[in-house]
Design a protein around this ligand. Sequence first.
Ligand code: CA
Length: 230
Amino acid sequence: MKNYLILVVEDDPPIQHLITTTLKSRDYSFLTAATGEAAIMETASNNPDIILLDLGLPDLDGIEVISRIRSWSNVPIIVLSARSEDSDKIDALDAGADDYLTKPFSVEELLARLRVVQRRLTLMQAENNQPLYENGQLQIDYALRCVKICGEEIRLTPIEYKLLCLLAKNTGKVLTHKYIIQNVWGNPLETDVASLRVFMTTLRRKLEKGSSDIRYIQTHVGIGYQMIRV
Ligand code: CA
């Protein structure tokens, strides 16, 4: 198994200690940074596989750290934050974070989120340039623009197809309403969250009709949607 290098960005020593002890016990390699500037420098010079990022840092706001790293890197970022407001999570996800954990969190939960990101990294490498997407009984043939459930083709409208492809290409990642609307419709002013919800409902109904109880798309209330690897 690949030995992942995790950058732990946390200015609170006891929490940093808890995280690094957990990582050490599971044979992860890690680096630490206690400020936003140090986090950006470590990312640029050591190219970590995954970043765990506290939002409340002494110098920069975590959201700014995400934006700056995203200007040149796609490294997965999991936000660890004491802020539990949805708006903070949305800001972090909009800036390009992959996932978020609200403090206090259990080490088991942290490890589970890390495994999700690792699976996504492995899949992304395997699926890059693959003409076929497969997840449980769901299959997308990108070349033919054909979607099948249990081998049966299902009919999607162009918007539903775009929504499904966007979610599939980001399997495991929470996509915010704003991100989805921008990527599917282009102009965020053209569509609102209520319309997105309607499209999502019909898409789900079509996906779930053929596959009984498998739920591929998870709703994050007030935030967005996520395609689950089933
Ligand atoms: Ca902090």
